[in-house]
Every structure is written in structure tokens, then in C-alpha cells.
Design a protein around this ligand. Structure first.
Ligand SMILES: C/C=C/C(=O)SCCNC(=O)CCNC(=O)[C@H](O)C(C)(C)COP(=O)(O)OP(=O)(O)OC[C@H]1O[C@@H](n2cnc3c(N)ncnc32)[C@H](O)[C@@H]1OP(=O)(O)O
Length: 460
């Protein structure tokens, strides 16, 4: 005798056979499943129900042909920043933590409900979609080129906050997990089984049957880390294994990409803990990260802006102004470079992680602040760009401020979507540093007064 789950909108539920339930992730009106706030709350409601459902197993699959799930809803995530930053500073961490904790809590409840949970995955399972699957006891992947597991959160300045930084290294080991966590490497279906992150690869269309077969075998619904024989590594052991990687990443990013440090912290401080405390540690670190400007600005340009840019390019309607903006940014850098020693400019650009070769300066042109108008910033960013200090920061600030002026001069009439796309283009084509989200995102963050401060050393 089984009971019905709570009312669901983003998922569908059916009985496959006696005692085996099937949860289908299938968001109405969306081309791809994502973890919207509603989907997260429904996943938690299912996990709450599961223990008393009477089921002997649950299979979870996707109703979409596009992918299993593309992770947290990045549109909603971008809005969450506005909600967090609107609160008094001393409340932001707690508000962010309370807002994002449900995803990890739902997945932890799923794996501890004492009912075998199997995931049937055909297509991409990324970010929160991959984390959802890692909270199952069994994963079957379709043998298709499109099927892959990955945690690409770092690419948009985030960390996997649904337990991914904890479950993946526990499953595959620290060394195999770090390229997935830090560099968005993916496991193909075959790689996933070889690495121990999935259990079986089957021809497309047979994933659900393979999950049912596993449930019929009467498996123990316990994750490796919840078993009595699981060995928790010591804090010293984990720190020693990550030390070299930490040094290399600090050197590579100059410390400008806080998600990289945060992911390393999650692994270093989470792995020596039992799983409940470990997911708590992960969401504590996530709450620190999400109130910073870098994730907001990277989501804005590297996801939302990129989506617009790709759609415009696909329809043959990529505005020429994006190239004009990129060219004007490069020219503005040459102009700034003309005022300083070439070696100092090179050092400053390297320090700020501009990924462009700055052309030798031409004749010095004045940089006019008139185009900046009066535009309030969102809030102090809390990073170096608020108040550049020392030669590298001052020159880097001047380069970036001049780039904002150049972008505004050429893109004054762009709407919000196109500004985000122009930001994406400025990062990919001109080498504007990704952690600042592009010139328009920087203008929105620090406002006209902030940009005026940056260009003060070169304004006349
Ligand atoms: C705590 C947890 C944190 C996280 O999980 S953070 C999120 C991590 N995930 C990602 O960063 C993945 C972002 N998405 C992508 O990289 C790409 O997309 C894919 C590789 C998944 C698919 O690419 P392609 O096949 O070219 O499809 P498409 O046109 O990019 O996307 C199809 C539709 O799906 C929407 N979408 C995809 N991913 C997300 C997302 N994560 N949040 C919100 N929407 C998403 C798009 O916008 C679009 O929508 P429309 O059909 O209306 O144009």
C-alpha cells in the first residue's frame, strides 16, 4: 500500500509497478528543467513524503528531451542578489543562507529517507541537476554523446551549494573531483562509471528499466558516507592534499575569483566532517559567496548576456555595436597606457587579470567623464575596485574606468539585455576581466561616482 506524494507542478508522479514510484522532472513551459525555487521546494516535499510513502524504491527521470536538468535557475539566482543586498549588511549572510539552504536540505533528506532512490539520466545533468543525482543511491546513464554529469557553477562565480562539493570528492576522490568543481570538467557516461560517480551505462531508452531492475534487487538505501565503515579523512590530510592546488589557483586568478577559493574551502573544511555538518559548512560558505558582487556580475554577463548574444548570433542579428564597444575598449587601454611606463601598465593589467595584450600607447587623449551622467551604484562592492591603492591598482582602475567610459560612449542606447550581451562580448573579445562582469555591470555596481574615482588619475 503506497500513498500519493504532495501536489506537484514541476514534477509528475506515477507508479511504475507495485511499490516502485517514478518521479518525472518536467517543468511546464520551460524548454529545460532547472531548479527554480518552486522545484526546490517540491523536491524537499517529495523527500519529506518518501519515508512514509510505502514505496520500496523511487526512480527519478526527466520528461524533457533536451537534458535531465541544467542546475539552479540562474535567472532567479540573479534576482536573489538584489534581495540580499537590499537588506542591512549584518543580515545579508543569514538571509542568503536561509534562501539557499533548502536545496541541500532537500537532497540530504532524499538520501536519508531509507528508500532506495535511482536516477535515470539521459542528457546533461549539470549543477544542481548533477547534485540532485548525486543524492541518489544509484545512477544509470544513457549511452548518448549528450549525456554527461558536471558542476559548472564556478564559471558563473558560484559553488555547488546542493552538496556537490561534498558528495563528488567522497565518491571519486579529491584529485578526480577538483577539475569538475573548479574548471567545469564533465564526466561522459563512460567516464562517470569508470570514475565511480555512476553505476551503469545502458542504451538510450533503457535507463528507467535498469533503475527498476536495481530496486527489485532489494538494495540498501545508504550512501557510502552514511555507512559505519566510512573513513572520514583528517583535516590535516585534506589540507595537505589541497595545498599545492590552492597555491596554483591563487597564482592563476590573483585571488580575484572568490568562487575558486570558496570551492577549495568547502572541500578542505567539509571533507573532514560527517555529511550533515559538511553540507552545513558548504551552505555557510555559499552564503558568504552569494552576497559578493562577483557571482551577480558573472551570472549577468557569462550566462544571461551569453544567452542573448548566442540567440542574436543564431538569428544573424548580432549588433555591430558589440564589436565597436570591444574596439573602443582596446583603444581606451592604449590611451591609458600612453600615460604610464609600459612595464607598469603590463604589471597592472596582469595584476587585475585583464586577458588582453595592451597596445603601446598612441597620443594621449583626454578621458571625459561626461558620458557617466548621474548613476547610483548598487552598493559598495567590498573589493579593490571601490578604492584602488598602490600603483598596480591605480593603473588597473584607470584601465577599467576608461573601458566603462568607452562602452558607454558606444552603447548608450542599448537595452538591458543587450548591455549584458555587450558585457559578455567585452569579456570574450576585448579581455575585460570576467569577475567584474563587463563594463556595463561594473558601471551598475559602482555607479558614476565610482567610475569617476577610477578615471581621476587620467581625467585631464
Ligand atoms: C546551488 C546550485 C547552483 C547551480 O546549479 S548554478 C547553475 C549551474 N548550471 C549552469 O551553469 C548551466 C547553465 N546552462 C548552460 O550552460 C546551457 O544552457 C546548457 C549547456 C545547459 C544547455 O545549452 P544549450 O543546449 O545550448 O541550450 P540553451 O539554449 O543554453 O538553454 C535552453 C534553455 O534553458 C535555459 N537554461 C539553461 N540553463 C539554465 C539555468 N541554469 N538557469 C535558467 N535557465 C537555464 C536557457 O535560458 C534556455 O531558455 P530558453 O529556451 O527560454 O531560451
Amino acid at each position: 500500500m503506497t500513498t500519493q506524494p504532495p501536489e506537484l507542478i514541476e514534477f509528475r508522479y506515477e507508479l511504475l509497478e507495485d511499490g516502485i514510484g517514478h518521479l518525472v522532472f518536467d517543468m511546464p513551459g520551460r524548454t529545460m528543467n532547472v531548479f527554480s525555487n518552486r522545484a526546490i521546494h517540491e523536491a524537499e516535499a517529495v523527500a519529506d513524503w518518501l519515508g512514509s510513502s510505502g514505496l520500496r524504491g523511487l526512480v527519478i527521470s526527466s520528461g524533457k528531451t533536451t537534458a535531465f536538468c541544467a542546475g539552479a535557475d540562474l535567472g532567479e539566482l540573479a534576482q536573489a542578489y538584489a534581495m540580499i543586498i537590499a537588506a542591512p549588511e549584518d543580515q545579508r549572510w543569514q538571509i542568503g543562507r536561509d534562501h539557499f539552504a533548502p536545496i541541500g536540505r532537500a537532497f540530504r533528506k532524499l538520501e536519508t529517507a531509507d528508500v532506495p532512490v535511482a536516477f535515470a539520466i539521459n542528457g546533461l545533468a549539470l549543477g544542481g541537476g548533477c547534485e540532485f543525482a548525486l543524492a541518489g543511491h544509484y545512477r544509470v546513464l544513457a549511452d548518448t554523446p549528450a549525456t554527461a554529469l558536471g558542476l559548472p557553477e564556478s564559471l558563473v562565480g558560484l559553488l555547488p551549494g546542493g552538496g556537490g562539493t561534498q558528495r563528488l570528492p567522497r565518491l571519486v576522490g579529491i584529485e578526480a573531483a577538483m577539475p569538475v568543481l573548479l574548471d567545469a570538467a564533465r564526466f561522459t557516461a563512460a567516464d562517470a562509471v569508470a570514475a565511480g560517480v555512476a553505476h551503469r551505462v545502458v542504451p538510450a531508452g533503457q535507463e528507467i528499466a535498469a533503475c527498476v531492475e536495481w530496486i527489485r534487487s532489494g538494495p540498501q538505501p545508504k550512501q557510502p558516507w552514511d555507512r559505519a565503515d566510512y573513513r572520514i579523512p583528517s583535516a590535516e590530510e585534506v589540507a595537505a592534499r589541497l595545498a599545492g592546488l590552492r597555491r596554483a589557483r591563487q597564482e592563476e586568478t590573483g585571488g580575484h575569483y572568490p568562487a575558486i577559493t570558496a570551492i577549495l574551502d568547502c572541500v578542505e573544511f567539509g571533507l573532514p566532517l560527517p555529511m550533515d555538518a559538511a553540507v552545513g559548512k558548504e551552505i555557510d560558505i555559499f552564503a558568504d559567496l552569494i552576497k559578493r558582487p562577483e557571482p551577480r556580475d558573472m551570472i549577468s554577463s557569462l550566462f544571461l548576456g551569453k544567452q542573448t548574444w548566442q540567440k542574436q548570433r543564431k538569428s544573424g542579428a548580432l549588433p555591430e555595436v558589440y564589436d565597436s564597444i570591444a574596439a573602443a575598449i582596446r583603444q581606451s587601454w592604449a590611451n591609458v597606457a600612453a600615460r604610464f611606463e609600459p612595464a607598469d601598465v603590463e604589471a597592472a593589467a596582469r595584476w587585475a587579470r585583464l586577458s588582453a595584450t595592451i597596445l603601446p600607447g598612441g597620443p594621449v587623449q583626454p578621458v571625459s567623464a561626461r558620458v557617466l551622467g548621474e548613476h547610483p551604484g548598487i552598493a559598495p562592492t567590498g573589493i579593490w575596485i571601490d578604492a584602488p591603492q598602490g600603483q598596480d591598482q591605480v593603473i588597473a582602475g584607470a584601465l577599467l574606468g576608461a573601458a566603462v567610459v568607452a562602452a558607454l560612449e558606444h552603447g548608450r542606447d542599448l537595452d538591458a539585455d543587450s548591455r549584458r550581451a555587450a558585457d559578455f562580448h567585452s569579456i570574450s573579445a576585448a579581455g575585460f576581466p570576467a569577475y567584474l562582469g563587463g563594463p556595463f555591470a561594473l558601471y551598475d555596481s559602482i555607479g558614476s561616482d565610482g567610475v569617476r574615482r577610477l578615471i581621476a588619475p587620467i581625467a585631464s
